[in-house]
Design a binder for this molecule. Structure first.
Ligand code: CTP
Ligand code: MG
Length: 335
């Protein structure tokens, strides 16, 4: 009888597709915002090129990975091949240049974990953080964007999950919950695990793109236009996937023993990563492997208090998806 009820729920879920799709649509940034970002980027490009002719600017994070919300700040990485670049000096110099070219609220944060210059462009109204030589972030941004090109359901699922995480205040790493980057990886992994799969594992395929960053080889198949029908034999829809995602993180995931890994497209054991015990501040209470920096657990910010908050929120979301008459509103009710 349980199975029957489950199947009944599962079929019924499709009436929520249209409302969830409408939520997704409402979260996509307008084309003119992308134009403004480009406008600011070319202004910054010019200023940087005058001072450092062999430097290059890259967008990374949500403004470039296709998972950005409207009115987001943009993240920029200044890449310079110079072995003895002094980041602090360079950031201070950059701040000077920006200030004397009419950019506002310019601030160099040279002691931050990731040192940056902040600025606001009065012409476009966009705020921006610039860091130096954070190339892994540029490469993982490309990986996320490439995955999003393969099947449109990834972008739909990730927007819904990010919107849920922000509404429920579980997208705050300084409070011990997860980054947007971690949530997008969780979505990619979930879609890799469907049967039949909705996403492939690009890092297990023959590489067509390969770069070395800080001695880490980042290689994967990036001809994603060739994969545009990859997921088509799976007919699952947005409401079903949102339901399945939360159901997995509420009731299906083995928190004690396993690690989710986009790199391998599979679930790994904590043992093989040696993530079984607390080392320093890393407790490994929820384990999400970074696809390139494989020693990096994106769940390392989670502590024994915030893991409870997170798991309660996953359970709440799963219950809303199972029981609520109007899940596409209830899911996002502010915490
Ligand atoms: N990043 C990373 N390692 C982390 C966190 C972030 O490499 N532990 C990099 C990723 O390249 C990511 C970028 O920093 O794309 C920005 O991270 P985050 O702010 O979490 O994601 P956004 O996509 O910018 O989401 P939001 O819309 O919430 O700003
Ligand atoms: Mg961001």
């Amino acid at each position: 009888r349980m199975v029957k009820r489950y199947m009944a729920c599962r079929n019924d879920i499709h009436r929520h597709d249209a409302p969830f799709f409408a939520v997704y649509k409402s979260l996509i940034p307008a084309e003119e915002e992308l134009e403004k970002q480009k406008q600011l980027m070319s202004k910054l490009d010019n200023l940087v090129a005058k001072e450092w002719p062999n430097a290059k600017l890259y967008l990374y994070g949500s403004c470039a990975n296709s998972f950005g919300f409207p009115k987001s700040d943009i993240d920029v990485c200044l890449a310079i091949e110079d072995d003895d670049v002094n980041k602090s000096e360079m950031l201070l110099k950059l701040a000077d240049i920006l200030e004397s070219n009419d950019l506002q609220n310019v601030q160099a944060l040279t002691r931050a974990r990731v040192p940056i210059v902040k600025l606001m462009d009065p012409v476009t109204g966009i705020s921006c953080d610039i860091c130096i030589n954070n190339l892994l972030a540029v490469v993982n941004t490309k990986l996320l964007r490439d995955y999003s090109q393969i099947d449109g359901r990834l972008r739909q699922l990730a927007f819904i999950v990010k919107h849920w995480a922000k509404s429920r205040r579980v997208n705050e790493t300084y409070q011990g919950t997860l980054s947007s980057y971690a949530y997008v990886l969780m979505c990619i992994h979930y879609l890799q695990q469907r049967s039949p799969p909705i996403l492939p594992c690009l890092q297990e395929m023959e590489p067509t793109y390969s770069v070395r960053v800080d001695n880490i080889r980042c290689a994967y198949f990036d001809n994603v236009e060739r994969l545009s029908t990859f997921g088509s034999s799976n007919r699952e829809t947005i409401a079903e996937l949102v339901w399945g995602f939360f159901n997995y993180w509420a009731y299906g995931h083995d928190y004690a023993n396993t690690v989710v890994s986009v790199r391998t497209g599979s679930i790994l054991g904590k043992r093989e990563k040696d993530w079984t015990r607390r080392v320093g501040n890393d407790r490994h209470l929820i384990c999400i492997e970074d696809p390139f920096e494989t020693s990096h657990d994106l769940g390392r910010v989670v502590d024994k208090f915030s893991i409870r908050v997170l798991r309660e929120e996953f359970e709440r979301a799963a219950k809303v998806m199972h029981q609520d008459p109007n899940p596409s509103a209830k899911l996002f009710e502010p915490y």
